[in-house]
Design a protein around this ligand. Structure first.
Ligand SMILES: [Zn+2]
Length: 220
Protein backbone atom coordinates (compact mmCIF):
# COMPACT_ATOMS: atom_id res chain seq x y z
CA UNK A 1 0.00 0.00 0.00
CA UNK A 2 1.18 3.52 -0.82
CA UNK A 3 1.90 5.72 2.21
CA UNK A 4 -1.33 7.31 3.34
CA UNK A 5 -2.49 10.00 5.69
CA UNK A 6 -5.64 8.54 7.12
CA UNK A 7 -7.91 11.23 8.49
CA UNK A 8 -10.56 10.02 10.92
CA UNK A 9 -13.83 11.86 11.19
CA UNK A 10 -16.63 10.80 13.48
CA UNK A 11 -18.76 12.13 16.32
CA UNK A 12 -18.07 11.56 20.02
CA UNK A 13 -19.33 8.10 20.95
CA UNK A 14 -18.69 6.63 17.48
CA UNK A 15 -15.89 4.39 18.74
CA UNK A 16 -13.31 6.37 16.77
CA UNK A 17 -10.58 5.80 19.38
CA UNK A 18 -10.89 2.01 19.21
CA UNK A 19 -10.92 2.07 15.42
CA UNK A 20 -7.81 4.28 15.39
CA UNK A 21 -5.93 1.81 17.59
CA UNK A 22 -6.82 -1.16 15.38
CA UNK A 23 -5.90 0.69 12.19
CA UNK A 24 -2.61 1.79 13.68
CA UNK A 25 -1.73 -1.80 14.63
CA UNK A 26 -2.93 -3.24 11.31
CA UNK A 27 -1.12 -0.82 9.01
CA UNK A 28 1.84 -0.30 11.39
CA UNK A 29 1.57 3.48 11.18
CA UNK A 30 1.42 5.91 14.11
CA UNK A 31 -1.85 7.25 15.49
CA UNK A 32 -1.36 10.97 15.94
CA UNK A 33 -3.85 12.81 18.07
CA UNK A 34 -3.46 16.57 18.15
CA UNK A 35 -4.12 16.78 21.88
CA UNK A 36 -1.35 14.25 22.55
CA UNK A 37 1.28 15.97 20.40
CA UNK A 38 0.50 19.35 21.92
CA UNK A 39 0.99 17.86 25.39
CA UNK A 40 4.17 16.00 24.30
CA UNK A 41 5.71 19.21 22.98
CA UNK A 42 4.89 21.07 26.17
CA UNK A 43 6.33 18.27 28.28
CA UNK A 44 9.51 17.99 26.22
CA UNK A 45 9.96 21.76 26.36
CA UNK A 46 10.48 22.14 22.59
CA UNK A 47 10.40 25.60 21.01
CA UNK A 48 6.87 24.88 19.77
CA UNK A 49 5.97 23.49 23.18
CA UNK A 50 7.03 26.71 24.86
CA UNK A 51 4.77 28.70 22.53
CA UNK A 52 1.88 26.32 23.17
CA UNK A 53 2.40 26.52 26.92
CA UNK A 54 2.45 30.34 26.88
CA UNK A 55 -0.90 30.36 25.03
CA UNK A 56 -2.44 27.79 27.37
CA UNK A 57 -1.12 29.51 30.52
CA UNK A 58 -2.78 32.70 29.32
CA UNK A 59 -6.03 30.71 29.17
CA UNK A 60 -6.30 31.14 25.41
CA UNK A 61 -7.11 28.63 22.69
CA UNK A 62 -4.20 27.39 20.62
CA UNK A 63 -4.52 29.08 17.22
CA UNK A 64 -5.00 27.24 13.92
CA UNK A 65 -1.60 28.46 12.84
CA UNK A 66 0.18 27.04 15.87
CA UNK A 67 -1.66 23.69 15.65
CA UNK A 68 -0.71 23.50 11.96
CA UNK A 69 2.96 24.00 12.80
CA UNK A 70 2.86 21.36 15.54
CA UNK A 71 1.24 18.85 13.16
CA UNK A 72 3.68 19.66 10.36
CA UNK A 73 6.57 19.14 12.75
CA UNK A 74 5.13 15.78 13.86
CA UNK A 75 4.58 14.57 10.28
CA UNK A 76 8.22 15.31 9.47
CA UNK A 77 9.43 12.67 11.93
CA UNK A 78 10.72 9.43 10.37
CA UNK A 79 7.99 7.18 11.84
CA UNK A 80 5.42 8.96 9.62
CA UNK A 81 7.25 8.15 6.38
CA UNK A 82 5.11 5.04 5.84
CA UNK A 83 1.89 6.79 6.75
CA UNK A 84 -0.03 8.27 9.63
CA UNK A 85 -3.48 8.29 11.22
CA UNK A 86 -4.74 11.73 12.16
CA UNK A 87 -7.40 12.05 14.80
CA UNK A 88 -8.85 15.35 15.97
CA UNK A 89 -7.23 17.25 13.13
CA UNK A 90 -8.09 18.97 10.88
CA UNK A 91 -11.17 20.51 12.49
CA UNK A 92 -11.79 23.31 10.04
CA UNK A 93 -11.60 23.79 6.27
CA UNK A 94 -8.79 26.31 6.81
CA UNK A 95 -6.75 23.67 8.64
CA UNK A 96 -7.60 21.13 5.94
CA UNK A 97 -6.24 23.43 3.24
CA UNK A 98 -2.96 23.89 5.12
CA UNK A 99 -2.77 20.14 5.72
CA UNK A 100 -3.22 19.47 1.99
CA UNK A 101 0.04 21.28 1.30
CA UNK A 102 1.86 19.52 4.13
CA UNK A 103 0.71 16.08 2.95
CA UNK A 104 1.65 16.81 -0.65
CA UNK A 105 5.16 17.74 0.48
CA UNK A 106 5.37 14.53 2.55
CA UNK A 107 4.09 12.45 -0.44
CA UNK A 108 1.23 11.00 1.63
CA UNK A 109 -2.08 10.21 -0.07
CA UNK A 110 -5.14 11.49 1.76
CA UNK A 111 -7.69 8.85 2.76
CA UNK A 112 -10.76 9.90 4.73
CA UNK A 113 -12.51 7.51 7.06
CA UNK A 114 -15.83 8.93 8.13
CA UNK A 115 -17.46 6.92 10.89
CA UNK A 116 -21.15 7.55 11.21
CA UNK A 117 -23.47 6.21 13.85
CA UNK A 118 -27.13 7.03 14.30
CA UNK A 119 -27.31 9.74 16.96
CA UNK A 120 -30.02 7.94 18.91
CA UNK A 121 -27.62 5.02 19.28
CA UNK A 122 -24.88 7.35 20.52
CA UNK A 123 -27.24 9.00 23.00
CA UNK A 124 -28.26 5.59 24.37
CA UNK A 125 -24.66 4.37 24.47
CA UNK A 126 -23.13 7.43 26.14
CA UNK A 127 -26.21 7.93 28.32
CA UNK A 128 -25.61 4.46 29.78
CA UNK A 129 -22.27 5.48 31.28
CA UNK A 130 -21.92 5.59 35.04
CA UNK A 131 -18.84 6.70 36.93
CA UNK A 132 -17.44 6.10 40.36
CA UNK A 133 -16.90 9.40 42.21
CA UNK A 134 -14.26 7.74 44.42
CA UNK A 135 -11.88 5.80 42.12
CA UNK A 136 -12.94 7.17 38.72
CA UNK A 137 -13.88 3.77 37.25
CA UNK A 138 -16.28 4.08 34.29
CA UNK A 139 -19.07 1.57 33.67
CA UNK A 140 -21.67 1.19 30.97
CA UNK A 141 -25.08 -0.28 31.74
CA UNK A 142 -25.22 -1.76 28.21
CA UNK A 143 -21.71 -3.06 27.64
CA UNK A 144 -19.85 -3.06 30.96
CA UNK A 145 -22.26 -3.15 33.88
CA UNK A 146 -20.98 -3.23 37.46
CA UNK A 147 -21.29 -6.58 39.25
CA UNK A 148 -23.84 -5.15 41.65
CA UNK A 149 -26.32 -2.64 40.20
CA UNK A 150 -25.54 0.99 41.03
CA UNK A 151 -22.30 0.50 42.94
CA UNK A 152 -18.60 0.38 42.07
CA UNK A 153 -16.87 -3.01 41.88
CA UNK A 154 -13.75 -1.59 43.50
CA UNK A 155 -14.91 -0.06 46.77
CA UNK A 156 -18.70 -0.17 46.59
CA UNK A 157 -19.28 3.58 46.20
CA UNK A 158 -22.59 4.67 44.69
CA UNK A 159 -22.18 5.33 40.95
CA UNK A 160 -23.11 8.66 39.40
CA UNK A 161 -23.97 9.98 35.93
CA UNK A 162 -21.41 12.63 35.07
CA UNK A 163 -22.73 15.86 33.62
CA UNK A 164 -21.09 15.05 30.26
CA UNK A 165 -23.06 11.81 30.09
CA UNK A 166 -26.48 13.42 30.61
CA UNK A 167 -28.74 13.20 27.61
CA UNK A 168 -29.22 16.92 26.99
CA UNK A 169 -25.46 17.53 27.25
CA UNK A 170 -24.72 14.68 24.82
CA UNK A 171 -27.28 16.05 22.34
CA UNK A 172 -25.75 19.53 22.56
CA UNK A 173 -22.28 18.08 21.88
CA UNK A 174 -23.58 16.19 18.85
CA UNK A 175 -25.22 19.32 17.44
CA UNK A 176 -21.99 21.26 18.00
CA UNK A 177 -20.01 18.48 16.35
CA UNK A 178 -22.29 18.56 13.31
CA UNK A 179 -22.06 22.31 12.95
CA UNK A 180 -18.29 22.19 13.09
CA UNK A 181 -17.62 19.04 11.10
CA UNK A 182 -20.26 18.83 8.37
CA UNK A 183 -18.58 21.53 6.25
CA UNK A 184 -15.31 19.60 6.56
CA UNK A 185 -17.01 16.31 5.60
CA UNK A 186 -18.54 17.99 2.53
CA UNK A 187 -15.20 19.55 1.65
CA UNK A 188 -13.42 16.20 1.68
CA UNK A 189 -16.25 14.26 0.07
CA UNK A 190 -16.10 16.59 -2.91
CA UNK A 191 -12.35 16.40 -3.43
CA UNK A 192 -10.82 13.23 -2.01
CA UNK A 193 -11.02 10.14 -4.20
CA UNK A 194 -10.62 7.72 -1.32
CA UNK A 195 -13.42 9.05 0.88
CA UNK A 196 -14.66 6.04 2.86
CA UNK A 197 -17.68 5.82 5.09
CA UNK A 198 -18.27 3.23 7.78
CA UNK A 199 -21.69 3.03 9.39
CA UNK A 200 -21.80 1.66 12.92
CA UNK A 201 -25.09 0.36 14.24
CA UNK A 202 -26.75 -0.38 17.54
CA UNK A 203 -25.27 -3.87 17.78
CA UNK A 204 -21.97 -3.33 15.99
CA UNK A 205 -19.09 -4.25 18.28
CA UNK A 206 -15.89 -2.17 18.29
CA UNK A 207 -14.07 -5.14 16.69
CA UNK A 208 -16.60 -5.33 13.83
CA UNK A 209 -16.34 -1.59 13.37
CA UNK A 210 -12.55 -1.83 13.20
CA UNK A 211 -12.68 -4.71 10.68
CA UNK A 212 -15.03 -2.74 8.38
CA UNK A 213 -12.76 0.27 8.73
CA UNK A 214 -9.71 -1.74 7.66
CA UNK A 215 -11.55 -3.11 4.60
CA UNK A 216 -12.75 0.37 3.68
CA UNK A 217 -9.27 1.86 3.93
CA UNK A 218 -7.70 -0.96 1.89
CA UNK A 219 -9.97 -0.25 -1.10
CA UNK A 220 -7.97 1.49 -3.80
ZN1 LIG B 1 -14.84 3.05 42.59
Amino acid sequence: MKPIALILLGPPGSGKGTVAKSLSAHFAIPHVSTGDILRENVKAGTELGKEVKAVMDAGKLVSDQLVNRVVEDRLARPDCAKGVILDGYPRTIEQAKVLDGVLAKAALETVILYITVDYEVIVRRLGARRSCPVCGAVYNLISKAPKKAGVCDVEGAELITRNDDKEDVIRKRLVAYDEQTQPLVDFYRARVKRFREVVGGETTTPEENAASAIRAVEQE
